[in-house]
Design a protein around this ligand. Structure first.
Ligand SMILES: Cc1cc2nc3c(=O)[nH]c(=O)nc-3n(C[C@H](O)[C@H](O)[C@H](O)COP(=O)(O)OP(=O)(O)OC[C@H]3O[C@@H](n4cnc5c(N)ncnc54)[C@H](O)[C@@H]3O)c2cc1C
Length: 384
């Protein structure tokens, strides 16, 4: 059994690590303008990323990308998560964010949506969550009813990232509400200028992220804009869920690693009651616990990503990984904040942002309770 990362992945990790240390951490307190990277900062970082060969990393080679698989992407994601210089969700600086779903489009759909997205000419968002259907998409109320050559879509979505700028929406809607997530959901590509479709309300999250509400009133979408077959929504979704969970787990790892570093340095320099914090057992235990958890989480992420790359993934593997690593990331951020005392609560240090971001990853793309629920079901099946 070999626990070393393959040479090319180790080199990639090293390249991204240096990039984060040299280009991102130094600007992390000033790089953002609200929820977005400042345009000049984005342009400079994207140029640098291209120069380093860090472009379209997980886009398959057939589509002009590098075709990196999940273990390689995991090391990129964990390194990037060591800084708050970039938005924690959506397009980073290594090219457009192309969800694996879009590689499953038919040739005509690829021409209209995928290729312009890869070329940076179009933007997109993904809309599944609704006011009454978040953790449980099967209960969604947005319906798509077929009338000959088109569907009429009615309903609403909420908490949708990047909707205001999107040229098209990857929309999940119910084509058969009775079947719900067991064959009743379908995916559609909805153009922004479709009559009956509107981006309605904007909500600001505590992490600084902005999400939007969408409304559909008899929005007429041609049948050729349906992705795959009717009712295939959840099975198409499986193509990106594994990657999404591993991504979120990597956010936890990156936050934990940075927070261990910040806490360890600060504890050795901050003196209270005549001795540095690093000599207090209470502080030592916090840092040691974060370190141990990070170590275990990292091994687990690499194993899960490797299994995904080799077709050996059991569905519950990604649940374990997502729950364990998002929670360890938040605990490490929380301990780091506690060790820093009042200064940890200021916006002058990155800790407050990592604390909020890592908290959010315990909810998005699968709340940890729901992951545990599905994991428990898998365990019960193992021991019937
Ligand atoms: C910053 C941000 C960006 C987002 N971007 C998008 C996006 O682009 N597209 C999109 O479609 N969605 C997006 N979402 C929505 C996100 O995926 C949902 O918030 C998430 O799925 C949870 O749904 P909910 O908020 O409706 O929570 P609910 O489903 O109402 O659940 C609330 C809480 O109840 C608990 N819970 C739920 N079910 C169970 C259960 N069975 N057992 C035990 N406990 C349970 C969990 O603790 C959960 O956190 C985003 C959310 C945020 C915060």
């Amino acid at each position: 059994m070999d626990f070393e990362l393959p040479e090319e992945i180790r080199l990639l990790k090293d390249t991204v690590r240096k990039f984060v240390d040299r280009e991102l951490i130094p600007i992390e307190m000033t790089s953002m303008d609200g929820p977005d990277l400042k345009p000049d900062v984005r342009a400079a970082l994207e140029a640098k990323a291209k120069e380093l060969g860090l472009w379209l990393l997980d886009v398959p080679e057939d589509f002009g990308g590098q075709g990196l698989k999940l273990l390689a992407m995991a090391v990129v994601w964990e390194e990037i998560a060591r800084t708050i210089a970039l938005p924690p969700r959506g397009p980073g600086i290594f090219g457009p964010d192309v969800r694996p779903l879009l590689f499953q489009l038919n040739p005509a759909q690829k021409e209209r949506y995928l290729f312009p997205l890869i070329r940076g000419e179009k933007k997109t968002c993904f809309a599944q969550t609704e006011p009454d259907a978040g953790a449980d998409p099967g209960s969604m109320r947005t319906t798509a009813v077929r009338h000959g050559d088109h569907y009429l879509i009615n309903g609403s979505k909420r908490f949708i990232s990047f909707a205001a700028d999107a040229d098209f929406v990857q929309l999940v809607a119910a084509t058969d509400r009775a079947k719900g997530s067991r064959g009743g959901l379908s995916v559609f590509l909805v153009d922004k200028d479709t009559p009956g479709f509107k981006v309605t309300r904007k909500t600001l999250k505590m992490m600084g992220d902005v999400t939007y509400e969408l409304a559909f009133e008899d929005a007429k979408v041609p049948v050729e804009n349906r992705v795959g077959e009717e009712g295939q929504g959840m099975s198409l979704a499986q193509s990106w869920l594994a990657a999404g969970r591993i991504y979120q787990a990597c956010r936890g790892l990156g936050v934990a690693e940075r927070c261990i570093e910040l806490a360890a340095r600060y504890a050795q320099q901050r003196v209270t009651f005549g001795a540095p914090l690093s000599e207090r057992q209470a502080v030592q235990f916090m840092i040691a616990d974060s370190f141990m958890e990070h170590k275990l989480g990292q091994t687990n992420v690499y194993e899960t990503a490797w299994k995904a790359d080799h077709g050996k993934l059991a569905r519950h593997d990604t649940y374990t990984t997502k729950v364990f690593c998002t929670e360890l990331g938040f605990r490490a951020a929380d301990r780091c904040l506690q060790i820093h005392g009042g200064i940890g609560l200021t916006t002058e240090l990155p800790i407050h942002k990592m604390w909020k971001d890592s908290r959010s990853f315990m909810i998005t793309e699968g709340a940890v309770e729901v992951m545990r629920m599905v994991l428990a079901r898998a365990i019960f099946r193992m021991y019937q």
